[in-house]
Design a protein around this ligand. Structure first.
Ligand SMILES: Nc1ncnc2c1ncn2[C@@H]1O[C@H](COP(=O)(O)OP(=O)(O)OP(=O)(O)O)[C@@H](O)[C@H]1O
Ligand SMILES: [Mg+2]
Length: 371
């Protein structure tokens, strides 16, 4: 029997917990011709939400959706390649004609097209010979999409990456094209919230006030508990509300860690989930990662490591520079701590939200507490 707790990618609504309001907000904005910026902490469920929304459009003949992740792109050339891949790759059987047209259109970029031998799904690669060529290709692809008598939604995941591109002005270039598109709308998604917020809300930036914002928060404990109990029940297992709630709190209601935890609990347990199963799950999740976490001590300078550990032991901290906190954990001077905080944030080991600094990786926090 399939494990009902997915930890890799989106499968279908059955495996997806809630997000009803967020899905509705996304689709309302897009249906009304708005672009939307989707933000959250890492691993909270942005990509899942986009895929969930797109899944609901699968049967709609008049809407086409494209998803591209630009995390690993470094230039306009890479971007256009991802865009072309997304445009061709998201083809599904609902419109053979659209696919044929796209293929015909893309053929002028000398694409390398390969068919997956097993799934038969085509994939395409285009390699522009210069930035100018890449930019003109993007222009052409957008105009091509604009000509379609369908609504088109393009999700660009990890959108903040465009500010790291080799060439200057890509942000302005993209904006100047996007703003004229009428039947094409965008979801710009990412976890670098400060960068994205600055891109879309600073007066001097090209994307200023061009989109609405949606911040993805934690799923409520009640909703997650109902989902989890239902999944155990549907697969012939029985779990008490107390165990579920305890584990949800232990995982700080954090989507990725919850999924990982219940995925494990589900397969290590029998028909009735006991307190011992729950304890074993917690233990294993920490122990399995022991060698990785042991290494933190070598990878981080002492000040950063000590601060990280103090934040873990304190279960988060709102005033890390306070004398009380520094004395309690025997930490260095305020200026050293202040620098270390910034670096730990850049390294995505901690985040700052609701006035509190917390460790990103829930299992790492538990390990640090114990060590
Ligand atoms: N509502 C949900 N119900 C069940 N599982 C979910 C839900 N949302 C996300 N997940 C799962 O949680 C994990 C993390 O989600 P996802 O990858 O969507 O987060 P993300 O915010 O895009 O992360 P990153 O910042 O790393 O890109 C994935 O395994 C995903 O399948
Ligand atoms: Mg993601």
């Amino acid at each position: 029997m399939d494990n009902p707790f997915t930890i890799i990618s989106y499968i279908s609504p059955e495996y997806f917990c809630n997000r009803k309001e967020e899905t509705k907000r996304l689709s309302d904005s897009l249906n009304n011709g708005k672009n939307i910026v989707l933000l959250s902490l890492r691993r909270m469920g942005k990509t899942g939400l986009i895929k969930h929304l797109f899944y609901s459009y699968r049967s709609k003949r008049n809407i086409h959706t494209f998803y591209l992740d630009i995390m690993n792109t470094h230039s306009a050339e890479d971007f256009v390649n991802e865009l072309a891949k997304a445009v061709l790759g998201s083809f599904n059987s609902k419109s053979k004609q659209f696919f044929d047209n796209v293929l015909k259109f893309l053929s002028k970029f000398n694409p390398i097209i390969t068919l997956d031998p097993i799934t038969g799904i085509p994939s395409v690669e285009i390699k522009p010979h210069s930035t100018e060529h890449a930019k003109s290709s993007i222009t052409e692809i957008f105009s091509y999409l604009e000509e379609q008598d369908k609504k088109i939604i393009i999700a660009i995941d990890e959108f903040q990456q465009i500010i790291n591109y080799d060439e200057n002005g890509f942000e302005a270039f993209l904006r100047s094209h996007i703003q004229h598109l009428k039947n094409v709308n965008f979801i710009f998604s990412g976890s670098q919230q400060h960068i994205l917020t600055a891109m879309f809300s600073s007066y001097s930036r090209p994307f200023y006030q061009s989109s609405e914002f949606l911040k993805l928060e934690r799923i409520s404990k009640e909703d997650y508990a109902i989902f989890i109990m239902k999944k155990f029940h549907q697969t012939g297992k029985n779990i008490s509300k107390e165990i579920v709630n305890d584990l949800l709190e232990w995982a700080d209601l954090y989507t990725y860690y919850i999924q990982t935890m219940f995925n494990k609990l589900w397969y290590i347990s029998g028909a009735i989930i006991t307190q011992k199963d729950s304890d074993n799950t917690k233990r294993q999740l920490i122990d399995e990662r022991d060698s990785i976490y042991q290494n933190l001590n070598n990878l981080l300078p002492k000040v950063q490591y000590e601060l990280l550990r103090a934040i873990a032991k304190n279960n988060g901290i709102s005033k890390p520079l306070s004398k009380k906190f520094r004395d309690k954990y025997d930490l260095a001077t305020t200026s050293t701590i202040s620098t270390a905080l910034k670096i730990l944030k850049v390294k995505e080991l901690i985040y700052h939200e609701n006035n509190t600094y917390k460790i990103y990786d829930v299992f790492m926090a538990k390990w640090l507490e114990e060590n």
